[in-house]
Design a protein around this ligand. Structure first.
Ligand SMILES: Cn1c(O)c(C(=O)NCC(=O)O)c(=O)c2ccccc21
Ligand SMILES: [Mn+2]
Length: 242
């Protein structure tokens, strides 16, 4: 038998996951967007950040896409945009990133089970992509307005975990602006704050942009698959490439 305090700890985690899960289901149903702060807590959040910083300093990130930026004198300056690395979380020196991934999986799979006979937002989630760790190197790097999954590739939920301590949006920029469909001219402005996790529907309901960042900006993204949509996308892909 585990000592009582460990039991309490485990129960805390279980209770915590259940509580977050209810919150995610409610907000996704109502708004299609959900923000949870203090997701891992300071200690675990820092452990994840340190693994990302270590990999970044080791030069493991692929070079970001080149984006052209209107300079001050309106000349076209090409700057390095986001730099990314794909991880499954089982790599060496990634056990805390792996822990983050399994925490997000637990929320999504619990929500999948708990919500009207095993569906969240009428999806049956049966898988996800690897984790995409992204770094915006600052000096104006941004991401143009886009939809993550415009053509039914199977991805239904985007989950983004932010790692940026002492982030001052006025100074550092890097705001995520979502333009939820049906919100008329309302927008959802999300600051990429440390230990914050964001969920939103990946399809055309949520066009979004990352505004220019003037300080290094880190995030870890997971995309969850809807079983049906993913199968159809794979079948379509096989036909096309046959
Ligand atoms: C680096 N990066 C992204 O940052 C976002 C994105 O929407 N990010 C939102 C955010 O970081 O708040 C993306 O959607 C994305 C898609 C493909 C490749 C890279 C990508
Ligand atoms: Mn996106």
């Amino acid at each position: 038998l585990l000592p009582p305090f460990l039991h309490r700890n485990r129960n805390n985690l279980e209770e915590f996951i259940d509580k977050i899960c209810q919150y995610v289901i409610r907000d996704m149903d109502k708004y299609g967007v959900c923000v949870v702060d203090k997701f891992l807590g300071m200690e675990k959040g820092l452990a994840v950040l340190n693994e990302v910083l270590y990999m970044y300093s080791a030069g493991l990130f692929e070079d970001g896409q080149l984006v052209s930026n209107k300079g001050s004198t309106n000349d076209l300056k090409t700057i390095r945009g986001d730099q990314i690395i794909w991880l499954d979380g089982k790599e060496h020196q990634c056990q805390n990133i792996g822990m983050l991934i399994s925490r997000v999986d637990a929320i999504i799979m619990r929500a999948n089970k708990m919500h009207n006979n095993g569906k969240i937002g009428n999806y049956t989630i049966n898988g996800r992509t690897k984790a995409m760790v992204a770094c915006y190197p600052g000096h104006g790097s941004h991401y143009v307005k886009h939809v993550d999954n415009p053509n039914r590739d199977g991805r239904c939920i985007t989950a983004i975990y932010y790692l940026n301590r002492d982030w001052d949006i006025k100074e550092n920029g890097g705001l995520l602006r979502i333009f939820p469909e049906g919100w008329r001219d309302q927008v959802a402005d999300i600051e990429p704050l440390f230990d914050r996790i964001l969920f939103f529907w990946s399809d055309r309901r949520n066009p979004h942009e990352v505004q220019p960042a003037y300080k290094t900006r880190y995030a870890i993204t997971l995309w969850y698959f809807d079983a049906e949509e993913r199968n159809q996308a794979c079948r379509r892909y096989q036909r096309e490439s046959a």
